[in-house]
Design a protein around this ligand. Sequence first.
Ligand SMILES: [Zn+2]
Length: 499
Amino acid sequence: MRIGVGSIFQESNQFAATQTDLALFRNSYVHEGDALFQLAGTDCEVAGMLAVCAEAGAQIVPLVAARCVSGGALSNDCYAYLKESLLAPLREAGPLDGLALAMHGSMVAASQLDPEGDILDAVRAIVGPGLPIVMTLDLHAHVTPRMVRQATALVSFAHYPHDDTYSTGERGADLLLKTVQGEVEPVMALAKVPMICGACNGHTFGDGPMAQLTQKARCLERRPAVLSVSCFQVHPHNDLPDMGCGAVVVTDGDPALAAKEAQALAADFWQHRWAFETETLTVGEAVARGRRIEGGPVLLVDTADCTGGGAPGDSIALLDELLALGVDEPAFLMVVDAAAAQSCADAGVGQMVNLKVGYSIDWTWGRPVNVSGVVRRLSSGEFVYDGGLFGGTRASMGLSAVVQIGSIELLVMSQPTYDWGDEQFRSVGVDVRRAKFVGVKNPMNYRRAYTDVMKAAFVVDTPGPTPAHVRNLSFRRMKRPFYPLDEEIPGLEIAVVLG
Ligand SMILES: [Zn+2]
């Protein structure tokens, strides 16, 4: 068997002021051709795909594997380059038996609102209608009818936090090889409801609405005719027509069953839409509550500036508020500000600096803050991810510094990186266990990373392009009615797309 493997993966954010260019992809990785094999042994989906294909004795035809921290929509040049880097080797590949693609599903380019569908169209034009193609997706994918019609099967992460990227690659490749060998004949159905909601309550473990949906999905997969069930809580920080939450059910030659179960899961989302709402506090309220708790760290979840959701990471709102509140307990915060990092490097370790810091990339959400502090540490910003989407791969914050401002230690980074655990803090010697308050900029991953150490976590109501409540954003393309702007939709019908 000859199996093509490729991946172009980013979660885009149309509310971010910046565009994503190739340099930001290269800050994570762009592995073209044989360089794709460098991902073997990492936690990425491609690594899982490679392992399953190797086990089956299949020959891999590597296309491209590119991954990027979330950010603004891809520039047209960046998208054109990456798309061609996947298609060019495919044209040269000769006959293939199957194709495994690892994508996000919520990528957007400046002039292409459905890149995954567009790539599938272009791939089909090369390989023809019959070639089995399995595409893995993030659980936050915006699945379009075109993707359903052009792929043989779509298989998403089952976990949020996304600690199952490798096994998702394995599941996708396993389904692909079974299809190639004629053991199964996948058909699939997509159903979704017009609702979008913040990610803070979307965890798939423990209790909560996504955990319950995930359990139902796993139960369904025990039926012999059901090959894969994916529940999608769409990434809410794009503004596209027909965004929604729902499911893709893949069955072995039974479209009616796929449609019925996908519809039932989508209806479940709608029925539980309120359960996705999350409590937010002002920073003042969160600090007051935190002070009533003995010890630390107490996490202040600044989810509105989540680089993992496409925000630039340059918000200084939390520091501004903590200074105004006169916080004198040890507190660790982080911000992306290349000029401020350079000023720290120019001054040197142990020196006083006066910085104008914050909102260096996107001025929409606030103004910089003037602070004085002592440079405690400088770093080139390199680190390796412990797990998750980027597990086992390296990333760079660029030139970085730790500045002591009273009791607050501020990590100033030159470039945004995805927050999985506390890799960024650890790479500069900051031990979060010493802190009373830690500012984290992710709606979910702290639940896994800080499980053993955190005393409490409060989602704070700060400004930014990835807020906890989607009501804080202005949608123009997303068609009304949709939840939460419309809380009830009389006569709601759940349409099904078959693929
Ligand atoms: Zn996701």
